[in-house]
Design a protein around this ligand. Structure first.
Ligand code: PMP
Length: 406
């Protein structure tokens, strides 16, 4: 009964997979056997043996996971404090290095001491914060394409979704909910993870203010990457002072793991006691020391950000020359929008077999007819990596159309 479902194509892919499994019984899913950078060794049912590939799958945009100073700082943290935090933050797991990280994050955004709180992941920063803050008397007004972690945080509250970046619909939702709820929180991403486009923050901030609502921006993909000084989409739109709750991750540009919320001192103190993650789940490890260095490097070594921006321009232009649809991307996340899920899966497989590891994104990650190859660039990709990818796409395009069906 699923309209898009092509049984023959799916059976063929499944057969290729099971044939492979018979000869490689230990490998049940693709994985990286080595490397965390622009090149990785990939093991996959579609490859005869583990193969070196250009990686277009990582959010390690500045490749700080491999920066010698970041690695050394992480090792120093472990040598000083050990390997674990030992408990959840509220019951003894909140350490000096967490306080240092929170202070550094506040300072990074020009906010006062006490305005930050760290979580074990960006996912729980969003979900656990929203679950604690929004109740049945409140209403979340969310862009339909916000990250799954935001949706998970909305289980206790009322939700109105507006079509992606549609100001008309956002305004309608703000008007309809006026005087009905205790608090209305508009929640958007700074950079949308499947399109790589930016929220229309300049218009959104003005609308939210004019209707007396609050604004939360999850800028997991923008912070460290976008803006003159790497403060993200909010810097691009000069909106840092207009956002009531900033959410971010420590797993992308900062090259580690963790998430954070920056908000008023009252909200942060409330979250320390009321967020279930803070109460019931252990927190980030002393390797957090590496993060302290990574955050400094955003200011100390801007050339990583500049190199990434150069790569983005080069690769975007190459893709546009090939005539592919990259949608509204304006960040290092660049989709190749093909539409048909089976054709997209085949392109991903052919890319892998040409030594390029890129994700095939299909429903329910995106709408059924909006499948795409999602590429994600790093500062350490070379022109050779990008040319290799563009050449492979050109070859694949001769066999199977990369054009989106309209
Ligand atoms: N927000 C957005 C927009 C994301 O894309 C992601 C990760 N894919 C997250 C939050 C969650 O971050 P983390 O991986 O640190 O849990």
């Amino acid at each position: 009964n699923i309209p898009d479902y092509d049984l023959a194509a799916t059976t063929k892919i499944f057969k290729e997979f099971t044939d492979y499994m018979e000869t490689n019984e230990q490998m049940n899913f693709r994985f990286i056997t080595q490397g965390s950078g622009p090149e990785v060794i990939v093991s996959s049912p579609f490859l005869k043996k583990p193969t070196t590939c250009v990686s277009l799958v990582s959010n390690d945009y500045l490749n700080f996971t491999q920066h010698p100073k970041v690695k050394q700082a992480a090792i120093d943290g472990i040598m000083k404090y050990g390997t674990g935090a030992g408990a959840s933050p509220l019951i003894g797991g909140h350490h000096e290095y967490h306080v240092m990280l929170e202070n550094k994050l506040s300072a990074f955004f020009g906010k006062p001491k006490g305005s930050s709180i760290v979580f074990t992941t960006g996912y729980t920063a969003n979900s656990s914060t929203l679950l604690a803050l929004l109740k049945p008397e409140d209403c979340a007004i969310v862009d339909m394409e916000v990250h799954a972690s935001v949706y998970e945080g909305l289980l206790n509250t009322n939700t109105k979704r507006f079509p992606h970046n549609s100001m008309v619909h956002l305004e309608r939702a703000l008007a309809e909910t006026k005087n009905t709820f205790r608090t209305r929180l508009v929640i958007i991403d700074g950079v949308y993870s499947q399109n790589g486009d930016l929220a229309k923050l300049d218009e959104i901030k003005a609308l939210v203010k004019s209707y007396g609502a609050y604004l939360m921006v999850d800028d997991a993909h923008g912070i460290g990457v976008l803006g003159e000084t790497g403060r993200g989409a909010m810097e691009v739109y000069d909106a840092l002072e207009d956002v009531d709750i900033i959410a971010g991750t420590l797993s992308k540009a900062f090259g580690h793991i963790g998430g954070f919320i920056i908000a008023s001192l009252d909200i942060i103190n409330y979250l320390r006691y009321q967020s279930r993650q803070q109460v019931f789940s252990s927190t980030s490890t002393p390797a957090t020391y590496g993060l302290l260095k990574a955050i400094d490097l955003i200011d100390e070594e801007p050339h990583w950000r500049e190199k990434l921006a150069e790569n983005v321009t080069y690769f975007r232009n190459g893709l546009l020359t090939l005539g592919v649809d990259i949608g509204t991307s304006a960040s290092p996340i660049i989709p190749i929008k093909i539409g048909d899920p089976h054709r997209t899966a085949t392109v991903a497989r052919l890319l892998l077999q040409a030594g390029i590891y890129a994700n095939c994104i299909v429903y329910p990650g995106v709408a059924k007819k909006d499948a795409r190859i999602r590429t994600s660039l790093m500062a350490t990709h070379t022109k050779a990596h990008l040319d290799h990818t563009l050449n492979a796409l050109e070859d694949i395009g001769k066999k199977i159309s990369l054009q989106k069906l309209r």
